[in-house]
Design a protein around this ligand. Structure first.
Ligand code: AMP
Ligand code: MG
Length: 421
């Protein structure tokens, strides 16, 4: 029998393959729950939304002006009596032949009218305001065309149309669209419940130790804040279990607590193969664990496992590695768990304004920022612990293994605006 490979000898797993494997663990998406439209921003729709009406409900005016029959205003300067006034929220009656209707934006077009002339192209006669006088007349200074300034019934949404598709992540426009067809509640995937903890004896919390009196070897726990914020942006309910010391027993205890009533357990640190890395054996005590060396930089160690019903995901400790690994693996996992079919972000082509001379055998995610000329500048220190690079940048260049970059080269850019949404 061949011995199991020791973890530091794990082969490098291409990211696409790692992601495919990880997504295969998702199984069925989370159950759905009804939520008010106003509370559904960022949530994932669990069923198609079909419109029970057409939008707009009737033909209506796109302008403040006068509704008329084009055939009755064939020359500029035609004068017509104003036979009715239709404000938004009211409806008119059949347009008397040989007359115009004073009409306001959004008001229904009176039957018989086939165009609206905007008020800037009209002159109100007798009494100045045509609004309230029975004797009011209007001079039409242009030649109207049939259909002009009329918003057609159903031009936005047809009756019976699927306006929002299951699996879509709801944003402001989607919420407005749902409201525009009268939806009060939407069925969305319930929020993933995630237990989060950091490992590391070196970690202290801001507020507990004064920066001026930091003992040697001690650092502040930053991953806790990064990951907590990322999880919330993904729609998760987070149980923040804080920092767990580098001890087997403490790690087992934390995992036991985390496995209770959570869909996902997310940790940072302790998944390398050093003697102080207790996460792997601790997960194995309670469930199953698979450690991968993903061919990405920053990043590499990533663990997936299971404790009872809970998925375990272990991220590397280095802050940028932890963040990037979250974005390329955990984020898609959490989206799929909520029922999103298309979980990867599609990069756009951008122009490098920098040199990247040292090709790596791993796929690299470089921290970059757009400059005013539209090119991408590179943050000078790409170290996996340098969180400044991410705070400074507006996205990542997804650089394939073995590729060097020269100024002017096209590169694949992924925007943080999209990744962090
Ligand atoms: P590890 O993966 O535990 O070996 O940690 C790798 C590096 O990341 C070490 O330099 C740790 O001090 C650092 N690190 C681990 N966890 C955190 C954290 N929560 N916040 C900031 N740095 C961390
Ligand atoms: Mg550690």
């Amino acid at each position: 029998m061949t011995p199991a490979p020791r973890s530091h000898m794990l082969p490098l797993l291409p990211l696409d393959e790692a992601l495919e494997r990880l997504l295969a663990f998702v199984g069925t998406p989370l159950d759905s729950e009804p939520v008010r439209v106003g509370d559904a921003d960022g949530r994932v729709l669990a069923q198609d939304v079909v419109s029970a009406l057409q939008v707009p409900p009737q033909d209506n005016s796109a302008m403040d002006g006068y509704a008329l029959r084009c055939a009755e205003a064939l020359t500029p300067g035609t004068e017509l009596p104003v036979s009715q006034r239709i404000a938004a929220g009211t409806s008119g009656t059949v347009l008397e032949p040989g007359s115009a209707a004073r009409i306001f934006t959004g008001a229904p077009i009176p039957p018989g009218a086939d165009a609206v002339v905007m008020q800037e192209d009209c002159t109100a006669l007798e009494g100045g305001s045509a609004d309230d006088s029975a004797r009011a007349r209007v001079r039409i200074n242009t030649i109207p065309k049939p259909g002009q300034n009329i918003r057609r019934a159903g031009e936005d949404v047809a009756h019976g149309a699927v306006v929002l598709t299951k699996g879509v992540r709801l944003g402001p426009a989607a919420l407005g669209l749902a409201a525009s067809i009268g939806m009060d509640r939407l069925h969305v995937a319930r929020r993933p419940r995630v237990a989060l903890f950091s490992t590391g004896d070196e970690l202290v919390m801001p507020g507990t130790v004064d920066p001026a009196h930091m003992p040697p070897g001690v650092i502040y726990n930053s991953n806790r804040f990064v990951l907590n914020a990322l999880l919330r942006r993904m729609g998760c309910v987070v149980s923040d279990l804080g920092t767990v010391p580098d001890q087997r027993a403490a790690t087992v205890l934390a995992l036991q607590e985390a496995a209770h009533a959570h869909d996902v357990i997310l940790t940072s640190g302790g998944v390398s193969v050093g003697e102080e890395d207790h996460v792997k054996p601790a997960v194995q005590t309670l469930g199953t664990l698979d450690l991968w060396h993903v061919a990405i930089k920053p990043g590499k160690p990533f663990a997936h496992g299971r404790i009872n019903q809970a998925h375990f995901m272990g991220l590397p400790g280095n802050p940028v590695a932890s963040l990037v690994t979250f974005l390329v693996l955990v984020r898609p996992f959490l989206l799929r768990l909520q029922g999103v079919p298309q979980v990867s972000v599609r990069p756009v082509v951008a122009r490098a304004n920098f040199t990247w001379a040292k090709a790596d055998k791993r796929r690299e995610f470089l921290r970059v920022r757009h400059n005013p000329d539209g090119g991408l500048d590179l943050f000078p220190n790409q170290g996996s612990g340098v969180l400044t690079s991410v705070a400074w940048g507006d996205g990542l260049v997804d650089n394939p293994p073995g590729r060097t970059i020269a100024p002017g080269d096209p590169v694949h850019f992924i925007s943080f605006a999209e990744l962090l949404a």
